[in-house]
Ligand binder design. Structure first.
Ligand SMILES: CC(C)(COP(=O)(O)OP(=O)(O)OC[C@H]1O[C@@H](n2cnc3c(N)ncnc32)[C@H](O)[C@@H]1OP(=O)(O)O)[C@@H](O)C(=O)NCCC(=O)NCCS
Length: 192
């Protein structure tokens, strides 16, 4: 039997959310950059993420960062920054090789369609493939940012319970995702 896909309008009318189309992530190339610069969040969301064109520029100026685009089919729908510096996100090393996620945004016209969650899953796959030595993915999220918290939890992040007070918009949860298993304790470390 052929595989059937649900028309997004029919699904919406039925109160269901259709599965997001093919969502993937990739390094921002010169060809993708104009579409990334054009991404916008709602005015009230700027406090959580800032302006994406500015964030893209800052990422390019930082040799420890990678600018990433989120694509739904062939459309650019989002952006995030990978920060590979040792003290990224929490302002201190996390005890294992880690990478920070920053400036994550899905365009305001594309939000609420499952792209935010799907892109986090694609981000995790991408990191495991291209940066297998990194064991933790870290981020902070404002305690009032319910949409982002929901997307991160659905993608498998866990809340460490630690609050970070470094942001200008108020306290933030420190959330982590384990990309690779922690090293097992060395056998020589056991007591005689
Ligand atoms: C956070 C963000 C990336 C999520 O992207 P998205 O494509 O809207 O996410 P999804 O569609 O996958 O939705 C994730 C969950 O959030 C929920 N959600 C969406 N908007 C919400 C809102 N305004 N309030 C509460 N929950 C909300 C959804 O219902 C969904 O959960 P569900 O599937 O159980 O219903 C997007 O909202 C965004 O770009 N926000 C502005 C920038 C920002 O805050 N970035 C995060 C910085 S840490």
């Amino acid at each position: 039997m052929p595989c059937m896909t649900l028309d997004p309008d029919i699904a919406a009318a039925a109160g269901e959310r259709p599965a997001p189309p093919d969502v993937r992530v990739g390094v921002v190339s010169p060809m993708l950059a104009p579409a990334v610069r054009a991404l916008q969040v709602a005015p009230e969301q700027l406090q959580f993420v800032g302006d994406t064109a500015y964030n893209l520029e800052q990422t390019r100026l930082d040799p420890n960062s990678e600018a990433m685009a989120v694509l739904a089919g062939e459309r650019v729908v989002g952006f995030y920054r990978l920060d590979f510096s040792v003290e990224a996100i929490a302002g201190r090393a996390l005890g294992e090789p880690s990478v920070g996620l920053r400036a994550y945004a899905i365009d305001r016209r594309e939000q609420g369609r499952g792209y935010g969650t799907a892109a986090m899953r694609a981000c995790i796959d991408d990191l495991r493939r291209r940066h297998p030595q990194r064991r933790l993915l870290a981020l902070t999220v404002n305690v009032r940012n319910q949409a982002a918290i929901a997307a991160y939890l659905k993608a498998g992040f866990y809340d460490t319970g630690e609050l970070y007070h470094g942001g200008s918009a108020g306290p933030q949860h420190l959330m982590l995702y384990r990309l690779a298993a922690a090293p097992s304790p060395s056998p020589t470390a056991t007591a005689p």
